[in-house]
Design a protein around this ligand. Sequence first.
Ligand code: NDP
Length: 267
Amino acid sequence: MHTRALADGNAIPLLGLGVWQVPDGPECVDAVRAALELGYRHIDTAQAYGNEASVGEALRASGIPRDEVFVTTKFYPRGDDPAAAAEQSLRLLGLDYVDLYIVHWPAGGPTWAWPGLETAHARGHARSIGVSNFSVAELQELRAVATVQPVVNQVQFNPFVYRRALLEHCEENGIALEAYSPLGTGRHLGDATVAKVAQSVGRTPAQVLIRWCLERSVPVIPKSTRRTRIEENGQVFDFELSDDDLAQLDALDTTGGTGEALERKWW
Ligand code: NDP
């Protein structure tokens, strides 16, 4: 199991399965079960995804001890009580705690939800707490008022959105940047540069994009509902990208190395 230490002493597996846009029910249960059978020990869901019950069902069906699987859920920030929402997530998941509870996006500003996250943490409902879609400025605002500091910032991160300033700020402040949409929700798999690097290392474009995150110790959560792809996406710890491969991929960045988390906010 390849993990990264978090600033609060916990550890996050570097590879996880994301389940955004996976309908609650058999499709989600089967994807999570497949991932667990194939060795994944990290599942990324959210209150907004509506599939926490299926994630919990798959965890129980797997028979894997609870403490061997890292489960993330996210506070849906259109609600007003993050601590109560965490309890509802635990009921749906059928768990006593999640490993990571994060504010899904800074709707209404970066600070108001944080005391509720701290309450969930203090109650033992979340082992670690963090945020998602937070820029450098939003992290600074939050850190200035937080009692328990955020240890994760989950953001859109891949060679096309290589947010260097955000990554550096996170590294300097005890925050693990976690990469969502590592494949660009599938859009980047057909890119010519990615294909060229994939061919040179004898791997698939998906494996190259996932490995690009791992080369920077960035936890990464590709989504697939197909067993063969879940397996493919998990075979990323037995090869490396050279400095030249990384340079070619880094040059795909369209953000100018931004400290922003998103180019366009959806809230
Ligand atoms: P990804 O970048 O992981 O890409 C997933 C897409 O690529 C799907 O269409 C999938 O199709 C396809 N795919 C996956 N593996 C392969 C493969 N090996 N070969 C070919 N196609 C493949 O997309 P997401 O945007 O879903 O991001 C991943 C996760 O990040 C989410 O599921 C979620 O957990 C998290 N996330 C968090 C956000 C936040 O605001 N915090 C926002 C967005 C995502 P198929 O399933 O048919 O295989």
